[in-house]
Design a binder for this molecule. Structure first.
Ligand code: OVP
Length: 379
């Protein structure tokens, strides 16, 4: 492995169960050690053609890398694998791992499929579903916030919006799990996911064909773009499928984060209940506080300098989004959950050309669920 002058190593495995169970000390270590740190545990997996793997946890560098797709492209994979040497474990990343100009063509279609107008049309259904779920749960002695709300709600609402049939929805969570596990090294989490993958992938592909989709859903809008010649008929089902990869785990994590934060901070929940005007801020602060997507990689496209470090072409750069959203250089008292703070500029939805294309729908789901709870649940 090449030397990287002046770049200190941090000895963490950010894709291990132990790290996921308590990521905060590791985030602080990456963020406070240096603007750029070396991650030897990830280098040892030999998935980067012998090139370095570094991590960044400060808002300044994470934001700069997100904004700079020319020097930090996504096309060599946003996981640890450098696709130059190690082919993707799943079909081509249709948008997440595509650089301009092709990225822009596909993004324009998804922007329209998930536009404010489309999401506005979904609002009544989302609100009704949230209200109905809360009414059902009120009869129960005990409610598991993750299984019964954070998972149950998006699993009901999102596939409906996208327009898939009810059978096989139990595949959505393990499929999303696989997608995110595929970003890390070859560890036990990925092995478990790969073992159950074949029927899941087949199901997801089948659900993305035009004849399986509701005629008035988000999926149908994407297929219509192929009729208009914006994208090809081969690309359309793959882009529809990407919504299954990207839209489920993320909203489950976001909603779960919001519930966990508001349960742990009863005074913030009381403020939210008293003032529906805080709906937007409460969900946004939860996204800042926990960052439903914890990390993504970029790959340096040339020799370059970042945060005082000189990095060779082909370096994998792990952006710790969840560390950057708690960077005290950017947010005062970052470990305080405060639904009235200005959370703008957090990178929980990313930034730049790849910034979350589903964020309007994600906010609708989060705000609708919290509103339904606020009306009926005191603590
Ligand atoms: C959070 C995301 C996540 C996983 C997969 C994809 C996108 C995809 O486009 O395949 S964004």
């Amino acid at each position: 492995m090449t030397e990287l002058a002046g770049v200190p190593a941090v000895d963490i495995d950010p894709f291990s169960r132990a790290f996921f169970d308590d990521p905060y000390p590791g985030h602080a270590q990456v963020r406070e050690t240096a603007p750029v740190v070396r991650l030897p545990v990830l280098e040892a997996h030999n998935l980067t053609g012998g090139r370095p793997v570094v991590g960044i946890g400060r808002h300044e560098e994470v934001h700069a890398v997100l904004m700079d797709w020319q020097r930090f492209p996504s096309g060599r994979g946003v996981g640890l694998r450098d696709y130059v040497a190690h082919p993707p474990l799943r079909g081509p990343g249709m948008i997440l791992e595509i650089d301009p100009p092709l990225h822009g063509t596909r993004r324009a279609v998804l922007n329209r499929a998930l536009s404010p107008a489309v999401v506005r049309g979904l609002r009544p259904r989302c609100e009704a579903a949230a209200g109905a779920l809360v009414e059902r749960l009120l009869d129960r002695v005990e409610v598991d916030g993750i299984a019964d709300i954070a998972e149950a709600y998006p699993l009901g609402v999102f596939p409906d919006a996208r327009g898939i049939e009810p059978d096989g929805r139990e595949n959505l969570l393990p499929f999303g799990n696989f997608v995110f596990n595929s970003m890390g090294p070859d560890n036990d989490l990925l092995a478990d996911s790969l073992a159950e993958l074949p029927p899941l992938a087949e199901w997801a592909t089948r659900q993305s064909q035009r004849d399986r989709l509701a005629p008035d859903g988000i999926g149908a809008i994407i297929h219509a773009a192929a009729d208009a010649g914006e994208i090809t008929h081969a690309e359309a089902p793959l882009l529809v499928r990407a919504l299954l990869s990207a839209g489920v785990d993320t909203t489950v994590n976001g909603l779960g984060a919001a519930l966990a934060c508001l349960a742990a901070h009863p005074q913030e929940w009381a403020r939210r209940r008293a003032d529906p005007g805080l709906a937007r801020g409460a969900f946004e602060e939860a996204i800042r506080f926990e960052s439903p997507v914890q990390t993504f990689f970029r790959t340096t496209g040339c020799d370059l300098e970042l945060g005082g470090a000189t990095l060779p072409e082909g370096t994998k750069v792990l952006m710790f989004l969840a560390a950057a959203t708690r960077d005290p250089r950017k947010f005062a008292e970052p470990d305080r959950f405060d639904i009235t703070r200005d959370a703008a500029g957090h990178v929980g939805f990313g930034a730049g050309i790849h910034m979350c294309v589903g964020q309007i729908l994600a906010r609708l789901e989060g705000e609708a669920m919290l509103a339904a709870l606020a009306r009926r649940v005191a603590r």
